[in-house]
Unconditional design. Structure first.
Length: 337
């Protein structure tokens, strides 16, 4: 099923795509997931023989830790952040709180060397790391519940779509993907252009800081070359692709671009994107024949920026964060169907 949803209305004075994108970063929701809600950290090993570990934040269903709370619906929601984000990213917090208040358990996953997981992995994360997602899903399946949903954002939205389009055990009954870079090469070309250089420079600076910190086991020669990167393409060519086992950056982009995996998806999914996204261009979205994928619901808003979607506050949504409700309404519908 495909839908074009233009009901999202940006908050007054926050109509612009850049304001929608940066507002959440500058004014994130209070992260009460680790004080008002019970929380525990979990470290699990990856399965690639590297000795790397993944850091998870676990919020069990509220009814297990509070007397007055929504009854657990039997489901867990796994949340995965975007590029240079973490389990503390604004969308991870806001969607996590909405899920807990609706009766879900929540696991927030830090990709390799992100957030509190910095320093417990020798390798970096990448846009197609299906094996790490599978490891976390296996853990949830074994220890918490066999009823799981997955929600990915930005770079991990690409990862989630790719994962569910591959021939493997998926463990999860449905997924959502918000602001996905469906074609990695074309997304890279955009962010390396003048139109995207503000975001490119921001992300490159943070990624280079990790390389400088010494968390990765690479030679000084490689480190010097990586630090000279002036573009996303160079960084992925000099670092991400070879460290992740790809012959070159074009092979990495080709194999990991989620647009190639849409036809293999066998579980229901919701993909959300804003037409004015300043980080991930919409051209690829408009080229896809979404009606060819009956299990995928799509929501394309006119405004919203990149994982933004800030609307006016209302009595039933005092923070004016539109995205959590869209995603949780979808997952609730999958439980009832």
């Amino acid at each position: 099923m495909t839908s074009s949803n233009r009901e999202f209305k940006p908050r007054r004075f926050l109509e612009g795509r850049h304001l929608q994108t940066v507002y959440n970063v500058l004014f994130p929701p209070d992260n009460s997931l680790e004080d008002e809600y019970y929380s525990e950290s979990i470290l699990i090993p990856t399965n690639d023989g590297s000795g790397d570990h993944l850091w998870l934040e676990h919020n069990p269903p509220l009814s297990l830790v509070r007397k007055k709370a929504s009854k657990w619906n039997g489901y867990y929601l796994l949340l995965i952040h975007g590029m240079e984000g973490s389990s503390e990213s604004h969308y991870m917090v806001s969607v996590g709180k909405e899920a807990l208040n609706r009766g879900y358990g929540v696991v927030r996953m830090n990709l390799r060397n992100c957030g509190r997981g910095l320093g417990i992995a020798k390798k970096p994360y990448n846009a197609g790391q299906s094996e790490d997602l599978e490891v976390v899903l296996k853990y949830i399946y074994k220890h918490f519940t066999r009823s799981i949903f997955v929600s990915g954002f930005s770079l991990s939205a690409n990862l989630v779509i790719k994962f569910f389009g591959e021939k493997r055990e998926h463990y999860s009954k449905a997924f959502s993907a918000t602001s996905p870079p469906l074609d990695l090469k074309r997304s890279c070309d955009f962010i390396d252009s003048r139109a995207g250089n503000f975001y490119r420079d921001h992300f490159l600076d943070t990624m280079k800081e990790k390389v400088t910190s010494g968390v990765y086991e690479i030679s000084e020669k490689m480190k010097e070359r990586v630090l000279r990167s002036k573009s996303f393409f160079d960084f992925d060519d000099f670092f991400t692709a070879p460290i992740s086992g790809y012959a070159n950056v074009l092979e990495y982009y080709n194999i990991c671009s989620s647009v190639k995996y849409l036809g293999g998806i066998k579980v229901p999914g919701l993909i959300v994107h804003a037409d004015d996204d300043p980080v991930v261009p919409s051209e690829v979205w408009h080229e896809i024949r979404w009606k060819s994928y009956p299990l995928i619901q799509t929501v394309l808003t006119e405004k919203g920026g990149h994982v933004g979607f800030i609307s006016d506050p209302s009595p039933d949504n005092p923070e004016g964060r539109w995205l959590p409700r869209i995603l949780l309404d979808f997952f609730d519908s999958q439980i009832k169907s």
